[in-house]
Design a protein around this ligand. Structure first.
Ligand SMILES: C[S@@+](CC[C@H](N)C(=O)[O-])C[C@H]1O[C@@H](n2cnc3c(N)ncnc32)[C@H](O)[C@@H]1O
Length: 249
């Protein structure tokens, strides 16, 4: 079967997806720990397989040593280039697209992939990647991974939106607007819920200036923000510069 999708730019970087790996270990750790064969697909790993290598190493340390990661790429040149880094059975690289090359993973990470597709192809890609029951983490970040946003998708439907930033670099929450998932980036205009969310978060940030540094400011921001929006998860996640809300967009 021909892989579903199209070859796009392969930009990637070491540690770019560190924040997302940490979230996957937190959000999907129990799921992976309870799986008979814990398999994670890293879809669209890019010009080099570094982020797939890091994902496997982080999950093996944080969740379970026998976790397997398969990096799937639609570009056969990138699949061939990754082979010297394979370490089977824990780490493999194969050609594949949104159909997941016949694999049945517990978790799929697809980062900086859908942003290069037309928005009207997003819903079908979400449905295809979750058809076998996987939890999908799909999102976008900057080149160094200092600012990121992602959706958790189950059974084709988005469940949550997460915003995550290295707080020492966060000038203002408005910066998240440039890195929203493809499903939201064109909807950040007045009258749309994602615009309301970023406006509320920005107002909370402006009202939370403190001499005690960016982490304290962010924590105060989330405390204000959650009076209007239900922030999920424990404050330990907020301390990491992360904020997750139910998907109501
Ligand atoms: C910008 S790179 C992202 C690399 C890495 N995930 C990261 O975030 O640093 C996007 C990669 O996704 C691949 N890609 C695009 N559509 C795909 C699909 N449907 N299935 C598998 N790979 C795909 C492209 O060939 C490209 O190498």
């Amino acid at each position: 079967m021909r892989p579903l999708g199209a070859v796009t730019r392969g930009t990637t970087n070491p540690n770019r997806l560190r924040r997302i790996d940490n979230f996957i270990a937190y959000r999907c750790g129990d799921l992976l720990a309870g799986a008979a064969h814990p398999l994670v697909v890293d879809l669209g790993y890019g010009a080099t397989p570094i982020t797939a290598i890091e994902l496997r190493s982080r999950l093996a340390t944080a969740v379970r040593a026998d976790v397997a990661v398969v990096g799937l790429e639609i570009d056969p040149v990138r699949v061939a280039g990754a082979q010297p880094f394979a370490d089977p059975p824990g780490l493999q690289f194969r050609r594949g697209g949104f159909e997941l090359a016949g694999l049945a993973p517990t978790v799929v990470r697809a980062f900086n992939v859908l942003r290069q597709y037309p928005e009207d192809e997003v819903a079908a890609a979400w449905r295809t990647m979750t058809a076998g029951g996987a939890v999908l983490i799909e999102g976008t970040c900057d080149e160094l991974g200092r600012i990121a946003t992602w959706a958790v998708i189950e059974a084709g439907a988005p469940a949550t939106l997460t915003l995550s930033a290295r707080l020492s670099d966060l000038d203002h929450p408005a910066t998240f607007a440039e890195r929203l998932p493809k499903a939201l980036i064109h909807h950040n205009v007045p009258g749309h819920p994602i615009h309301d969310l970023l406006a509320e978060l920005g107002a909370a940030w402006e009202a939370s200036a403190t001499p005690f540094g960016p982490r304290q400011r962010w924590l105060a921001t989330v405390e204000r923000f959650r009076q209007q929006w239900p922030a999920q998860f424990a404050p330990a996640r907020w301390r990491r510069g992360e904020l997750t809300v139910p998907w109501t967009f």
